[in-house]
Design a protein around this ligand. Structure first.
Ligand code: GBH
Length: 495
């Protein structure tokens, strides 16, 4: 009898172990996997029909030298004309959803809601309906950096009126596309355009604004996001029953020399918490408020460069997300800036981003490959914001466009392993994962020199012919088996 029990217990333990191991390669049955793009990066048709000019049209046309190859998104992948081809590629891969973004100036040529372009709206309806007909869920980003140029001439994200202009636009999109779309992303990566466009000249609108443009930009962005969320809640949720959230760009970290719990927390709060804390915890992180107020005072300002939310706004913004949207690409080694010991405050965060020289790097100079950092970030999100449902809305790797893209497949493999272990071992509530990108496309200031697609686009051919890279074939296997597949090597390759 005693032996029987021992063997029963052993059996249970062994079965659990093997199940765990198998589970670590298998995606949970309700886990969603999709692919993403963004309007300016793929659509082209920059002045087709009544489309208005947007800030990226303006920037690339007036400052071509700011783009690595002097290029622009005038034609890009021509997806405005070729969305049916794109949907066929998605169908062939077997994705659950397609994340695309709406070009604000295609829908509202004047920027404002006084005139809605029928052609513009129709394009996004056609795309959404075709996706649904193919069993692919449309996931829509309302704003992926391409706001109408006229709004920028009125101050863009530094003008608080942008909150109303954005909200009017969001209402139109919810109304027109809400019957087809059940997952909306209000804004993509606020820190990317606020830091690179309102405190640097790398991105449109390329304004350097007294080391505070980025703070004002995020401030108004968060108000705009929250206003759109409440509009959805008040006017559309009852009938449409979808979900609304924002997508943040957060870098991860790993341990190393002088990386401490303190440097990690400070890094996370400045890098990611700046945008997500007001939404998931109420208001900016305390450490941001104190540090920036102190440094501003040392600089002689009679106010903090970080604007303050009134209590009403804190309350209005808090809780405005049905999921945590995360774009993850890379990590750093966060260490304290030793200049501060000498009383010199050069960085508001006080944290320097070191890198490990052994890390491999993609074609983009910022894209160090550090999958472990994603795991650390996911655990921090779990612990800081009470384990919210997380949707990884972008993850991907750049090269120079080769079609046998082994390094891209390795990148996906390593990051998906981390995601699976975060779900299975760490109890992180991750519901979805998104491939960046479906297509090679206009990579902002890098033009067409750094490519992220799982499909190639021939940018020299007038019809922008698409072809399959090895990574798209690998994804097809992953998606049909719902299991992580081994990374192919040159002689194992099947095509
Ligand atoms: C995402 O941004 C974007 O959402 C997407 O449109 C883009 O194509 C994709 O990633 C690949 O880049 O100041 O040295 O870091 C990722 C975050 C923020 C990374 C801006 C590049 C500029 C160079 N990006 N950053 S640097």
């Amino acid at each position: 009898m005693k032996y029987l029990w021992i063997s029963v217990i052993c059996c249970v333990i062994l079965t659990e172990i093997s199940r765990c191991q198998a589970a670590n390669l298998t995606f949970p049955s309700n886990f969603s996997i999709g692919a993403a793009t963004a309007s300016y990066q793929i659509e082209g048709a920059w002045n087709t029909s009544d489309k208005g000019e947007n800030v990226w049209d303006w920037f690339t046309h007036n400052y071509p030298d700011s783009i690595a190859d002097g290029s622009n998104g005038d034609v890009a992948c021509d997806s405005y004309n070729q969305y049916e081809v794109d949907v066929a590629l998605l169908k062939n891969m077997g994705v659950d959803f397609y994340r695309f973004s709406i070009s604000w100036s295609r829908v509202l040529p004047n920027g404002f809601a006084n005139e809605v372009s029928e052609d513009g709206i129709q394009y996004y309806k056609n795309l959404s309906q075709l996706l649904i007909a193919n069993d692919i869920e449309p996931v829509v980003t309302l704003y992926h950096w391409d706001h109408p140029e006229i709004l920028e001439e009125l101050g863009g994200w530094t003008n608080e009126l942008m909150v109303t202009w954005y909200a009017d636009y969001a209402r139109i999109i919810f109304e027109e596309l809400g019957p087809y779309v059940k997952r909306f992303i209000t804004i993509n990566e606020p820190t990317s355009y606020c830091l690179n466009g309102y405190n640097a000249t790398r991105f449109a609108p390329a304004k350097i604004l007294e080391n505070m443009g980025h703070y004002i930009c995020i401030h108004n962005t968060l108000k705009a996001h929250a206003t759109a969320y409440h509009i959805y809640d008040d006017e559309f949720r009852a009938t449409q029953n979808g979900e609304v959230g924002l997508v943040a760009y957060c870098r991860g970290w790993v341990s190393g020399d002088n990386v401490t719990d303190e440097t990690i927390e400070q890094y996370f709060l400045f890098n990611c918490g700046w945008v997500v804390h007001p939404i998931f915890a109420g208001d900016y992180p305390e450490i941001m408020k104190t540090r920036i107020a102190n440094i501003s005072a040392l600089e002689g300002y009679p106010f903090s460069r970080l604007p303050e939310f009134s209590d009403d706004w804190v309350e209005y913004i808090n809780g405005t997300a049905d999921f945590f949207g995360l774009n993850y690409y890379t990590s750093r080694l966060p260490v304290f800036d030793s200049d501060e010991d000498l009383g010199i405050y050069t960085i508001d965060s006080g944290v320097i981003e070191n890198v490990n020289s052994s890390w491999s790097v993609g074609a983009s100079d910022w894209l160090y490959v550090v999958p472990e950092g994603l795991g650390n970030l996911l655990q921090m999100i779990r612990d800081t914001y009470s384990n919210p449902p997380v949707w990884i809305m972008e993850n991907g790797y750049s090269d120079e466009g080769e079609s046998d893209d082994y390094d891209r497949i390795s990148y996906y493999y390593d990051h998906l392993s981390v995601v699976l272990s975060a779900i299975n071992d760490d109890g992180c509530n991750i519901e979805g994962y998104t491939i960046w990108s479906l297509l090679d496309n206009f990579e902002w200031a890098d033009g067409y020199t750094k490519l992220f697609g799982v499909h190639q686009v021939d940018f020299d051919s007038s019809n922008r012919t698409r072809s399959t890279k090895l990574s798209a074939t690998w994804w097809q296997d992953v998606l049909s088996t719902r299991e992580l597949q081994a990374v192919p090597t040159a002689n194992s390759t099947r095509r």
